[in-house]
Design a protein around this ligand. Sequence first.
Ligand code: SF4
Ligand code: SF4
Ligand code: SF4
Length: 245
Amino acid sequence: MMKKKLAIFELTDCGGCALNILFLYERLFDLLEFYEIGEFHMASSAHEGGHYDVGIVTGTVSSHRDLELLKEARNRSDYLMALGTCATHGCLQASVEMPLKEKLKAIYGNEGNPMRALEPKPVVEYVAVDLAIPGCPYDKNELFQALMDIAKGIEPTTPDYPVCIECKLNEYECVLVKKGLPCLGPITLGGCNAVCIRSGLGCIGCRGPLPGEVNPAGEFEILRELGYGEDYIVRKFKTFARWEP
Ligand code: SF4
Ligand code: SF4
Ligand code: SF4
């Protein structure tokens, strides 16, 4: 069987999503039965170039270098995956609502824009992707399954339900109702198996909003009735997904 060629392209981010691939540990060898990795800076200095069957992009477009690399990744990959919330929604570095000039000045003083920075945006704002797997970081089981499916010619399925569903299936206590914690589970895309609720924490929305019938106004009202301020709630909603409408 011909192995598929795989490349991982890393834009500006914390490195967590690329590192998380290595945390597949021995299951990486299962993937290597189907894939030959041509580019993966976190793990290797190899840089094959040329065409890839599958490209994975992590990070936000935060500089002209990122934008050039993203376009190259799109042009050179048959199947392109946005991996992690930086790539799918913009994540933390895109959450600060301040003109780019002011941000640069606050950090670097009057030196202008030596790194050719751009306003941080998710990759899906610039190019079409074939699959988006959010999460900060994403659930590595989801990535593993998606890559195995692609290798076998099956289109990966993605969750279409909120975190609350997984929370209920696991019979976790509702921290919103019982403790008044500001849990965003009702409006956040599931797929993480409600891992934060298992630890007694509220969901902070790291997988981004549930597309479709999501009701942020209802969640907003519930949090307001619990005593949270409007600014706090709006900031919380925008922490991981400011670029969502
Ligand atoms: S999504 Fe989160 S873990 Fe992944 S690169 Fe961005 S900040 Fe890091
Ligand atoms: S704890 Fe959060 S995710 Fe779980 S049911 Fe309550 S609101 Fe939903
Ligand atoms: S429970 Fe919420 S914050 Fe925690 S991993 Fe899942 S989506 Fe992210």
